[in-house]
Design a protein around this ligand. Sequence first.
Ligand code: ZN
Length: 284
Amino acid sequence: MRDLTQGGLEHLALNWATVRERWDLAQTIEGCARHGIPGIAPWREPVQAMGAAAARRRIKDAGLRVSGYCRAGLFPAADAAGLQAAIDDNRRAIDEAAALGAECLVILGGGMPAGSRDLPLARRQAQDGLAAILPHARACGVPLAIEPLHPMYAADRCCVSTLKQANDLCEKLDPYDDGGLGLAIDVYHVFWDPELEREVQRAGAAGRILAFHVCDWLVPTRDMLLDRGMMGDGVIDIRRIRGLVEAAGYAGLIEVEIFSRDDWWRRDPEEVLAVIAERYRTVV
Ligand code: ZN
């Protein structure tokens, strides 16, 4: 499973958000190439600023793959116009992902609209939104990777909180395994789940594991959003979860995604990438 030839980084990818405070997209592409990191996951804002076709050329010229494109979904809204706007924006995100040559588009369910207490409604809207965009994603050859987020984000970011929910959604929307729909498994969001092993196997058996993200859970965690840890600094048995995901058939890139306002975002990205490469070899 672990390939240690050529420095052992063959499956490593960097999510741009890990260095977003210091490096723009062009600098991040160059940095990945310099550090022997073969994959990158860009976000929409810098890609739109550069132009998706230009971004693709730069990424390709650097010899990198696009592990995923961040991010779309966020479907729930308070009215019909809002729901439609979200669907339109998702279609644009699919077009951008296709132009980039991204291996998947990361989808967040979205939270409840302001003032709402109706989480079941948000979940229905997320399901309806996914159903609305799936044909366009298939036509463009862009797989949609539903990323369940830790339940602490259920209200404001993502009403899909568990792998089971995401697997259920896939089965409902793709009952005949036509493809184009699957999961992004992020250790930060799912390490606590007692059903982790079963649901990873279930996703793998259906060929639906599209992405694998790593960072670590710090104890204590000081900020709900912006205090993710470097692999090895927290309590997640990343290697065990990687083993589960790979045993379930996943052979794609392993993407490092660290939001760390007070620590890693403040450091020189050269140092951050060197530590990522080292930790990838030793604890991922
Ligand atoms: Zn993630």
